[in-house]
Write a new protein. Sequence first.
Length: 300
Amino acid sequence: MKGKYKGRLKIFLVFGLLFLIVSVLLMLIFLDSKRTYTVQFDPNGGTVLSGSLEQRVLQGQDAVPPSVVMEGAVLRGWSTSYRRITRDVVIEAVWEYETTAGIIYTESENQNFTEILGSYPHLRGEVYLDAYFNEKKVLGILDNAFSNQTKITKVYLLDGLLSIGAEAFSSCTALTEIKIPDTVIRVGEGAFRNCEALETLTLSEGLLEIGSLAFLDCESLTELVLPESVTVIEENAFLGCTNLVIKTTVPREEWPEGWADNWYGDATVEVIEVEEETDENEKNNKNDKNDKNDKNDKED
């Protein structure tokens, strides 16, 4: 009887162990299927009305986009899907400006893109330029397109634009603010010449070329950060900018050959040193070493 009892006990223990192993495996599979990911919604210049910009979402589930708005624009959509999440992801809002009336575009039935050719003389106040016109991508602002528009105060440009032509905004004497999108690779000759009220100018990373006299006599400019991506700056691009300080991370001895000798005109150039990030372990070791030294000093 004892042998029979021990045999049953052994069988019971084996089955119990197998059951435990299977249970653990099933639990691991279940937990893996319930992995969570971080979804970050970037309003891309917009303002959040409601909802969360950062969300933890179970694998395979949907994130919930927040409600966002931006002045003068409508939400075209989001840069990537927020449904059935399977990885950490950053999702940007894609905006479409309600284009200001009075803009003239090039016309061609054989092209899937267009450019801004000119504008009616009645423009005033803030001007919004959408990235599309009649379902065609807007790739550029041509020469003199907004020249002598003396009553426009701000210009809003959307990503997708590649170039701003020569004299495009010249003598827009009331223009105070403009941000160049990071898709723009060239600002043409005299593009903002004589924009005497221009106070806020943002040149985004991605810009490659700045034409000669591009910002001639922009006397109200006081500070500008020059992107590292710029490889060509033609002569006297900032001539007459007597109050301007241009900040760059590129040391003078490393200025690209494409930068003309007198590219900065009357502006002051300030070279900024980039602070290298110290490894966290190195920081901790340094702090520990300092603490030990302090302790030894006290003991002495």
